[in-house]
Design a binder for this molecule. Structure first.
Ligand code: NAD
Length: 231
């Protein structure tokens, strides 16, 4: 039995994680002193949650996205003392998609433009989504370039021509969409499209619980969803 201390338990993701945990007999959600900490809250609360995990000497899964550089630095520092998985998307499908995107970008020439289009519910705060950035990073790694050097992260439309071989982002917000991501590889005369649609938050919750159970007892360091899922 693995016990999980969940930050953000009353939020949309927190409730989905509670639902999945209730269906399993090998995990339980506890208010204090869990074997593993899980954070699906807000960036401004993350540092306090990291401090709690480091003080307890327990691993932490961070699902919260949209971190500022100082908050990201706090995650990096914590990973020197406890086991950390930071995952912008905990679903199996998206982590497999990321693998496929890296593979496609490795094989396609630099003349292929890469556009990442995402849509989420109207309440989502950060844009582009952490998952879109994760997919952009996978594409950049496959191509052997630095994402910051080649990307356009604007969400409000494009005001000029783009450079060939760019990695671009477009974010749509509306309704109750749990998370749609499409990666379009576009060359002159042809396109390849890879995508994923999450029909509900349960897919993220299932992956989060799997990651938390996997993290229990792991030594300090950085781990990934690919490690958890054996990709
Ligand atoms: P939400 O707004 O529904 O829930 C946020 C939770 O944080 C609430 O329980 C709220 O009470 C809590 N909170 C707010 N301020 C706090 C504070 N100062 N201290 C402690 N707790 C505080 O949001 P959500 O849709 O559940 O998403 C939460 C985060 O998870 C977002 O960053 C979102 O982008 C991310 N997310 C990640 C994945 C993934 O797979 N990694 C999937 C979906 C959402």
């Amino acid at each position: 039995m693995v016990s999980i201390t969940l930050f953000g338990a009353s939020g949309r993701m927190g409730r989905a994680i509670g639902e999945v945990a209730a269906q399993r007999d090998d995990v339980s959600i506890v208010t204090d002193g869990g074997d593993v900490f899980v954070d699906f809250s807000v960036p401004s609360a993350l540092e306090a949650h990291l401090d709690a995990a480091v003080s307890a000497g327990k691993p932490i899964l961070i699902g919260t996205t949209g971190l500022a550089p100082a908050q990201q630095a706090a995650v990096d520092a914590a990973a020197e003392r406890i086991a950390v998985i930071q995952a912008a998307n905990t679903s199996l499908g998206v982590n497999l998609l990321s693998h496929l995107v890296r593979e496609a970008a490795t094989r396609l020439g630099a003349e292929w433009d890469i556009e990442i289009v995402e849509m989420h519910h109207r309440m989502k705060v950060d844009a582009p989504s952490g998952t879109a950035l994760l997919l952009g990073r996978a594409a950049a790694e496959g191509r052997g370039v630095d994402l910051d050097a080649v990307s356009d992260r604007g969400r409000d439309g494009i005001t000029g021509a783009r450079t060939a071989g760019h990695i671009g982002f477009a974010a749509l917000r509306g309704g109750s969409v749990a998370g749609d991501h499409q990666v379009i590889f576009a060359a002159d005369g042809e396109r390849i499209e890879l995508g994923h649609r999450a029909e509900s938050r349960i897919v993220f919750a299932r992956g989060a619980i799997a990651a938390a159970a996997w993290l229990a007892g792991k030594p300090a360091g950085r781990y990934t969803m690919a490690d958890v899922l054996g990709l």
